[in-house]
Design a protein around this ligand. Sequence first.
Ligand code: FCB
Length: 461
Amino acid sequence: MTGLFPEGFRWGAATAAYQIEGAVAAGGRTPSIWDTFSHTPGAILGGDTGDVACDHYHRYREDVALMAKLGLADYRFSISWTRVLPVDGRSVNQAGLDFYSELVDELLGHGVRPLITLYHWDLPQYLQDRGGWTNRETAQRFADFASIIAERLGDRVPSFTTLNEPWCSAFLGHASGEHAPGLRDNAAAFTAAHHLLLAHGLGVQALRAGLPAGRDVSITLNPAVIRPASAAQQDQEAAELADLVGNRVFLDPLFHARLSPELVAATASVTDWAFVREGDLGLISSPIDFLGVNYYTPAIVGRAPVEQGNPWPGIDGVFAHPHTDPQTAMGWQVEPEGLTNLLIALSHERPGLPMVVTENGSAYPDTVDAHGQIFDGERSCYLRAHVDAVAAAIQAGVDVRGYLVWSLLDNFEWAWGYSQRFGIIHVDFATQERRLKESGKAYAQIIAAHGLGSDTPDSSC
Ligand code: FCB
């Protein structure tokens, strides 16, 4: 598959603030909803929190040096909103901003391009106290935050993403309760989804107004690759419903400036959508420069509840079904064709809009051997197969501009705490020692060869 990646295609890695930074009270930072949630008994596996995480706040120089060693062209990270705006209002905390400004300089000094995600789920707790994403006002506060970041970092940062995976914020945060703020209220989830989209629209405008020319503005989605559990009519129906609640809810406003009539009909007993006001859809569909796509695994859904399957958040009577082998430690089916097909399908939503794979990766139970090495062959194979899947989409004519692996470092995996390791760099959470895994070496090779996937000579996939 070598040679299929166009010149200028960018290789990178991604992280998120709450998952790696730690130092939750340093430099004037105040709690986000994830600080509150992770300290809620029973919310996180093993009672883990992001209090220390990878201590990246203090170790970012070492981490940037590792990125340079891997040959990363791009590094996608997010900004902790409460480091920059620790108290309600517009007064900027210089110490918080300085951290990101120094990180940006360190990256540029190592030839790594910084890509900023403004919101990777860590809403200020002070905004949650006023209703969070169920309060329309939060969208405006996000736009204020976006203006500040554009003004202070826009001189050096070429690319800004408004939101990471608003589906998770809305539906895991407000319907299934697996994520902060931990609500179980379908109506609240749809309200939150709309206000997140509004925040994106207002955020795009704020970024365009505050950034110098030539900067990219985007949003990252995790569109669900949905398949019915069987050919039975009821499972087909379940797949259609999951598609409405998982995909059309975001894709229609963003790319077609409309609400899906099928979604409105399917949710009639839950919400009347009165929170969508005149002008909102125009704002939400503001042009962007690329779409960020996160993909890990497909979703298999059916009407019948099954053991080890969760209800599909946001709609009654649809259930996720267990995956078949091969699976990662998350129980996620490894299906690289899902990524190819997703990229192809998305290319029809707004023809001509480039895409970047902003997250893709796998968790496995890594072990450090007596020589301090981590032989994570399964992760290397996952990586190669998905790089090939991106190549296949490009070959099919899709304009994909980059691939960012999730994740640079093992980190705080939300409700799973530290039990799931996604890094290409191993982190010993007791000592904070970083060790390059074999998959990190494989990725460095892929980058050096500009996309060598499963054809790597020493690959045993
Ligand atoms: C995505 C999140 C990211 C990480 C991966 C495994 O949904 O955006 O923070 O947790 O899953």
